[in-house]
Design a protein around this ligand. Sequence first.
Ligand code: AHR
Length: 514
Amino acid sequence: MKKRSILLITNIILFMCIASAQNSIILRTSEAKDTISKNIYGHFAEHLGRCVYDGLYVGDNKKIPNKNGIRTDIVEALKKLKVGVLRWPGGCFADGYHWMDGIGPKAQRKHTENVAWGNVRENNAFGTHEFLELCDMIKAEPYLALNMGSGTVQESSDWVKYVNHANSSSYLTDMRAKNGRSKPWNVKYWGVGNESWDCGGNMTASQYVSEYRKYATHITNYGNSENLFRIAVGPGSEDYNWTETVMRDIPSKLIEGLSVHHYSVINWSAKGSATLFPEQEYFRTMEQAWRMERFITKNSEIMDKYDPKKKVALIVDEWGGWYEVEPGTNKNFLYQQNTMRDAMIAGLSLNIFHNHADRVRMANLAQIVNVLQAVILTKEEKLILTPTYHVMEMYNVHQDAVMIPVTVTSEDYVMGDKKLQAVSASASKDKNGITHVSLVNIHSTKEQTITINLGNSGAKSVTGRILSSSNIQDHNTFDKPNTVVPASFNKATLNGNELKISLPPFSVVVLELK
Ligand code: AHR
């Protein structure tokens, strides 16, 4: 009897130990092979609200330091972020944009109407040359979106030649030289349309494919065009028939990338406030953020069927949180604040992209400044860095490193009858042999203790940085720009190849193992 009770007590203790150590991560170091593309750290700049004008570009405003109209404080902040690629000019705007309106002497540029975003006047002061100069300043690769919606094949093909042709015998390169640029820019990434199932033309998948084939052919019909990377429109929801049609019917010689769009929005007709939200809305946003995993997995499965060698990249060219605009601002301008909730979306999404590095080779956060989940917000000469900025800066150590697959066992974050995985992780080894592990705990109240098996990483020391705050609604403002900033993290202990850490509720941590 006595022996039996001892056994029972031992079993209970063992069970309690296992139950409390529910979080574990294994780094499968021997399986590491795919590189995390720097372009996963891409951004999106559209002629929308205050993203370009009054954001990136202030023209001849003497009060705000700028170079040729481009804000120099933004350039400095973006350089630190190591932006991989920058997509422009839209979005829905791209399918109404005529590139010739944005070149030549500024005083002579036509004024047009931005029909996609509030019918405001577009003076075309920021055009091809200005955008490519910005990319040069922040050292990002440009990604141009062609107008398939209201443009022509000829117009797109001319744009590619104007930008990329070295020595054409046509008027296009003469014009480029006359506008101050004799050398071609050699832009690699070209998007063929945008959301063609909606604002880009309301096409069916097969209509889009027929159009695409013409564009993809004609934009490459000149010398030096072998390096062009043509990106086809993919779905923006679980419309897998679109992916299937595009992958099946576009010949492989005409496509290098397929783009998908995914926003973490709780309800398109009641998106909720960006800063004043109850925990229930936070949970629903996290549910949408985790949907990215399924969305990428399902699209990749279809792509694998038609492209088993993974030649075509999956590009998440719009992603992020989307809420109601800030009170008192133009509803067409999509200006929203950015809280710790957005930091969770960013950390979680980047972990998902890393873990799919074999197929996901570019992702562009929507959008870079003053629109949706922006990394930077501006107000006249003031600028603030958002929690999302800090996550992207902390994470950029993974750029061009080799992804280490991870097995994550996590506690659940439960609300009513729904549950979400609380802990998300990704890892990589860089060219100097340093391993980085990124961790997110989305749980709103519970700290997570995690045991990490480091495989054969051979680490002898650990350091880290954390982004956390007291309230999930916390954010930076123009009066208090440093409410949410990264700090050093010291709750990690290394013992042989095992690491134990405690992640506070709604926090993001990046560990460095040497
Ligand atoms: O990012 C804002 C808009 O969202 C883009 O213009 C469009 O492509 C998407 O629907």
